[in-house]
Design a protein around this ligand. Structure first.
Ligand code: UTP
Length: 402
């Protein structure tokens, strides 16, 4: 059955009823190009996949990192200077919690002067490239929704002083969004309300864009993947890169020590012997409060969306199936009367694959502890927890003039 023949699909039906003959034809054509299989996940919500047996995974902790910093840093700088390290900025999200109409990276986080999030991230990266004496290629993932604005912003600001030939953009794919009952929302009389398909498809989108050729041509062997919204983000950090290489582990993940057993972060652990991230809602009380002999939490380190993956392995797993997560979000849409609705609260679901699920596809992963106050200032909201306000305080605490 075609999606527009399904009686339940009231938004599609209404759009068809409102459209002219040409618009109806256009809409049917568009509907036929969309993969609707994601809708099957609507009843599954967050229980996306059966989980295996979790076990704690020890991190390389700050004390050890400090003691071995010269060794780690030298190994990381060597790889960077040999051109083996690239960085991937995940900037395809919609930042619905922040409520900006523009790409999240264009947010002005400055207080006494303009300082854009994209600019701050570039400055963070330049601390590394200045020290290494070479540039690190930066691949920026955008989505159809923010691509043009993102590229224009970098252009207008002269790439914040980073050489343009080292910055490449690619666009991620989109999936349909629907209400809580699985009724697909419409954007207009001819277009479905589509949203970015999560940050898990970044490598496959990068390959599809052809940029993998650039990675091969430059001899990049490692990709440091990171989120746009952490303004203290350490990018291609030599110590992190070096520690991962020296450890002989296949991949690395920056982690922060959990503030409390019930903190809502995904913790890095093992699942059936392979590295994995247990989301806070997947942890039993027993797991969350389990302590090691020294009194520290056994599942004590949360991920902050900064991973180091080897290109070779990424190419091996590029076609692998990734779990689909159903995420409740605010979805602007055209209602059945033809009015455009901008909801104040989540009104439906999007379907996303997540980069954290890639960790489980690695044979091993080094949890690398960073000090929260120095490396983790996420901006998810304007005020309150993980907000522009809290990030500004954290930046100031690190001596960054904003
Ligand atoms: P979030 O999970 O915070 O999602 O993204 P978001 O879309 O930015 O914000 P909300 O949830 O709507 O408020 C974490 C990181 O993953 C990127 C984001 O840009 C951010 O860097 N991301 C997210 C993508 O690149 N693509 C996506 O489809 C989703």
């Amino acid at each position: 059955m075609k999606i527009y023949e399904d009686e339940k699909q009231c938004y599609i039906k209404a759009a068809l009823a409102m459209g002219t003959t040409e618009e109806q034809e256009q809409l049917r054509k568009n509907l036929d190009t969309i993969d609707w299989s994601v809708l099957e996940h609507i009843s599954k919500k967050e229980t996306v996949n059966e989980r295996g047996v979790f076990a704690p995974l020890d991190a390389v902790e700050v004390s050890e990192i400090e003691a071995r910093s010269e060794e780690f840093k030298a190994a990381g700088l060597k790889a960077i200077r040999e051109g083996k390290v690239g960085a991937v900025l995940l900037a395809g999200g919609q930042g619905t919690r922040l409520g900006l109409d523009k790409p999240k990276g264009t947010l002005n986080i400055g207080v006494t002067k303009d300082r854009y999030l994209f600019e701050q991230l570039t400055l963070n990266l330049m601390e590394v490239t200045d020290e290494a004496g070479v540039y690190v290629p930066l691949y920026v993932m955008t989505s159809n929704i923010n691509h043009k604005d993102t590229v224009e912003f970098f252009e207008e600001h002269d790439y914040f002083g980073y050489p343009k030939e080292y910055v490449k953009f690619f666009i991620q794919e989109m999936t349909p969004a629907c209400d809580f009952e699985g009724r697909v929302y419409m954007e207009s009389k001819t277009e479905v309300a589509m949203s970015p398909n999560g940050n898990g498809g970044w490598f496959s989108s990068l390959v599809k864009s052809g940029l993998i050729e650039d990675i091969h041509a430059r001899g990049v062997e490692w990709l440091d993947v990171f989120a746009v919204d952490n303004c203290l983000q350490r990018i291609a950090d030599p110590c992190f890169v070096g520690a991962t290489i020296v450890s002989g582990k296949e991949s690395g993940a920056m982690v922060v020590r959990k503030a409390a057993p019930d903190e809502k972060v995904g913790v890095l652990c093992t699942e059936d012997g392979k590295p994995s991230i247990a989301e806070y809602y997947e942890m039993t009380e027993e797991m969350a409060t389990l302590r090691k002999e020294n009194g520290e939490l056994a599942y004590g380190f949360g991920v902050i969306l900064n991973y180091l993956f080897p290109v070779k392995k990424l190419e091996e797993i590029v076609d692998a199936h990734m779990p689909i997560h159903v995420v409740e979000k605010k979805i602007p849409h055209m209602d059945t009367e033809g009015n455009f609705v901008k909801p104040e609260a989540p009104n439906g679901c999007k379907f996303e694959t997540l980069v954290l699920d890639m960790v489980h596809m690695m044979d091993s992963c080094l949890p690398y502890e960073v000090v929260r106050e120095r490396a983790f200032a996420p901006i998810k909201n304007l005020h309150g927890v993980d907000s522009l306000d809290s990030a500004r305080e954290l930046l100031k605490g690190c001596g960054v003039e904003i």
